[in-house]
Design a protein around this ligand. Structure first.
Ligand code: SAM
Length: 282
């Protein structure tokens, strides 16, 4: 039985994944990093016992946290990614030819190095793109000191335990807000609201104080078990109202083909919230 990996995220609920082959298991300076092979999901990366990314379903998470804000914005040139060490978020952002610069601030250089080596299909060359600038730093320190402004900011964090905890605080959100250009959009990974209601409630409380349009949208990612996962959405602009036909046109203009989850119809539907999520959003 010792080839089964128990995910340790929740105290009273667990999922188990079989490690048909353990590829790497060691401590980085910041967290425990494991990469193993699972017959259903392909290679799986965990940090401190929590699944971060799998080859099998990463596209859902990455497509929804990139194309949703970028296509709704319509003219994004500069994008900031906080976290994102596996490179999947950068890969999807860089598919937008109009994007001129992506700054990615990841705390743990080992995640980048191991993902390049063991999960090369996830970054798919993004780390070699001249438009990407990788900074190894705490995202909270970066937003407190940087003076650049971005059209879209994506928080691709771990859960609010360990190094990711600071990325869920009111002060972090307030400083990140200051890094947005006019009409800019902030999106965040906010866990699975059925199992982690306080995570979404806390982020939304902060967003309501910061943005004219503060809400969440949803996607179902199989390895983030327990129901749909939530993404935070904050902006002062009208981007959420962008009609489906306009999204369709922007998708074509950006040459985005072969997506496996995102469609303009899914984009619009993702903002329809069930009652229990709507109450957390407030
Ligand atoms: N998709 C995953 C999930 O929702 O479970 C998260 C993706 S993983 C790429 C998140 C990344 O955030 C990790 O590489 C981790 O090292 C990084 N990270 C955690 N805390 C951070 C911080 N304070 N500043 C910057 N990056 C951080």
């Amino acid at each position: 039985m010792n080839d089964w990996i128990d995910e340790t995220l929740h105290p009273d609920y667990r999922q188990r994944l079989r490690a048909a082959r353990m590829i790497y298991d060691s401590r980085t300076d910041h967290q425990r990093l494991q990469v193993f092979e699972n017959p259903v999901f392909g290679r799986v990366l965990t940090l401190d016992g929590v699944v971060q990314v799998t080859e099998g379903d990463e596209y859902i998470y990455h497509e929804m946290l990139t194309h949703t804000p970028l296509l709704a914005h319509g003219a994004a040139r500069r994008v900031l990614i906080i976290g994102g060490g596996d490179g999947g978020m950068a890969r999807e952002v860089l598919r937008h030819g109009a994007v001129e610069e992506v700054v990615m601030v990841e705390i743990d250089a080992s995640v980048v190095e191991f993902s390049k080596k063991w999960l090369p299909g996830i970054s798919a060359g993004a780390f070699d793109d001249q438009r990407l600038r990788l900074e190894i730093a705490d995202g909270a320190d970066y937003v407190a000191t940087a003076d650049a402004r971005f059209d879209v900011i994506i928080i691709d964090s771990t859960d609010p335990i360990g190094p990711g905890e600071t990325l869920f605080t009111d002060s972090f959100y307030g400083r990140t807000r200051q890094r947005l250009a006019d009409g800019g959009i902030l999106v965040t990974q906010n866990g699975v609201p059925f199992l982690q209601p306080e995570e979404l409630r806390g982020t939304m409380r902060a967003f309501r104080a910061l943005f004219a349009d503060a809400t969440a949208y949803l996607a179902t990612v199989p390895t983030y078990a327990g129901g749909p996962m939530a993404f935070g959405w904050g902006t002062d602009g009208q981007a959420r109202e962008t009609p489906e036909q306009v999204l369709e046109g922007r998708m074509g203009a950006a040459g985005l083909t072969g997506l496996r989850y995102y469609t303009p119809a899914v984009h619009k539907a993702a903002f329809a919230l069930p009652g229990y999520v709507s109450r957390l959003v407030g």
